[in-house]
Design a protein. Structure first.
Length: 291
């Protein structure tokens, strides 16, 4: 039987106009293997341990910044007799889609095979640490323009991290090591264009047949790779993305339920209402009322 690690689907503030959550956590015994369809970064401030991403292990100690891509299986281990104190930030890919067409930060995700972590020292460590502390303080406040400030800090952090790892790669003396790391971290990279396409087009009338034709694969094979990556079959995965978007719109806008059904990709209100009730346990109007 194929083993699927935990598939985490939720985090605080996920179904809002600014889907981002940052917290400061202490891990005494690591964190179990899991994956999710949102993005996550972590930054270690104290303690020691290690992290496995797609079965590749790297150390974690003060100054370690890690950027985990969607569907990468990752697990954290705390060293015996130690603990790990680290910031964790979970956020939606939507927050990286607002830049100019020439510099969309989704390029950070497309860089499959790039090292997912960096060990920061000196001025780089001080700068990144200060940015994350400021971001956490902003998140815990209720100041005007809070959401905008959080998104600005998030983007600066990711850009600085990406610049740092590019510089380290460029200065590396071992081309063989670079290629080895890229193969390891990008082991499942061939499926990412498919998953990325679904994320971009789930609001359209998308079928498995469309995907198979676009990516020149058989129906059975493309269905298999989607299940291997997400732990869900295509239809459930598609519904999951649509219903998540619908929840956000129900909470953060005044759009009618019928408008939302069309916006997220359902041509029929009845189908949308049925799938929403099966997923959330209540009909859309009741969900909006409760939230």
């Amino acid at each position: 039987m194929t083993y699927f690690p935990d598939y985490l689907k939720n985090y605080p503030n996920m179904n809002t106009s600014s889907p981002l959550h940052i917290s400061l956590n202490t891990l005494h015994s690591g964190f179990r293997a899991h994956r999710h369809d949102f993005l996550e970064f972590s930054y270690v401030v104290d303690g020691s341990g290690s992290e496995s991403i797609n079965e590749v292990l790297h150390p974690m100690k003060p100054g370690t910044f890690t950027f985990v891509l969607p569907y990468q299986v990752h697990q954290i281990y705390t060293d015996p007799g130690s603990r790990l104190v680290l910031y964790n930030c979970m956020f939606s890919m939507d927050l990286l889609m607002e830049s100019s067409p020439n510099e969309r930060l989704l390029g950070l995700i497309d860089a499959v095979g790039a090292p997912p972590f960096a060990q920061l020292e000196g001025e780089d460590r001080e700068r990144i640490g200060s940015l994350i502390e400021g971001m956490y303080s902003e998140y815990m406040s209720n100041e005007p323009w809070r959401q905008t400030m959080l998104q600005i800090r998030l983007k600066e952090l990711l850009i600085r991290f990406d610049r740092h790892r590019r510089l380290l790669t460029a200065n590396s003396q071992s081309e063989a090591r670079i290629q080895s790391d890229r193969r390891a971290y990008g082991r499942h990279s061939s499926v990412w264009p498919i998953i990325h396409y679904i994320h971009q087009h789930y609001q359209d009338d998308l079928t498995l047949g469309d995907l198979a034709a676009r990516f020149n694969m058989s129906l059975s094979r493309i269905s298999e790779v989607i299940k291997e990556t997400t732990g869900q079959n295509f239809l459930y995965f598609l519904h999951d993305l649509r219903i998540r978007h619908a929840c956000s719109l129900l909470v953060s806008t005044e759009m009618s339920v019928s408008e939302i059904a069309l916006e997220v990709g359902y041509g029929s209100y009845n189908t949308f209402s049925r799938v929403f009730r099966e997923t959330k346990g209540v009909v859309p109007k009741e969900y909006r009322k409760r939230k």
